[in-house]
Ligand binder design. Structure first.
Ligand code: ZN
Ligand code: ZN
Length: 135
């Protein structure tokens, strides 16, 4: 009776040996991390800054160390990534559209989530252009 178990263990062992190491649970990251947009350092999502803008809730993808460097800048949030994807110095562009310090602006998609998009228009800028176009 006990002799019947041996071949089964053999098979089991072979199956385990064939299993690629990458599928073992210990190889999976325990926490999802994002990369700091400035220093490329990894930030655990639990420590990332979540910002609430007029349109969405997004992750501000700069680490605590780099955050002061971006204070006072206008930030651009991708609505698809739900992340801050760019920062711009506050200024008024040629059409009079203003990037206000610390304000959030939005794009529907960005080159990160949609590689076919080279650049995408700011939703606020589109609205602004429509508004001044009507005048
Ligand atoms: Zn950083
Ligand atoms: Zn995006």
């Amino acid at each position: 009776m006990t002799n019947n178990i041996a071949p089964m263990l053999d098979v089991l062992k072979r199956v385990l040996d064939d299993t690629p190491a990458t599928t073992t649970p210990t190889d999976k990251p325990l926490i999802h991390q994002i990369q700091c947009a400035n220093c490329q350092g990894l930030i655990p999502v639990s420590e990332a800054t979540i910002v609430t803008t007029s349109q969405t809730t997004a992750i501000d993808s700069v680490c605590v160390k780099c955050a002061p460097l971006f204070k006072g800048l206008a930030k651009i949030v991708c609505l698809t990534c739900r992340q801050v994807v760019a920062c711009v110095q506050p200024h008024k562009d040629a059409s009079g559209f203003e990037f206000k310090p610390g304000a959030y602006y939005h794009v529907a998609v960005c080159p990160t989530c949609t590689p076919t998009v080279a650049s995408s228009a700011l939703l606020e800028k589109k609205q602004y252009d429509q508004m001044i176009g009507r005048k």
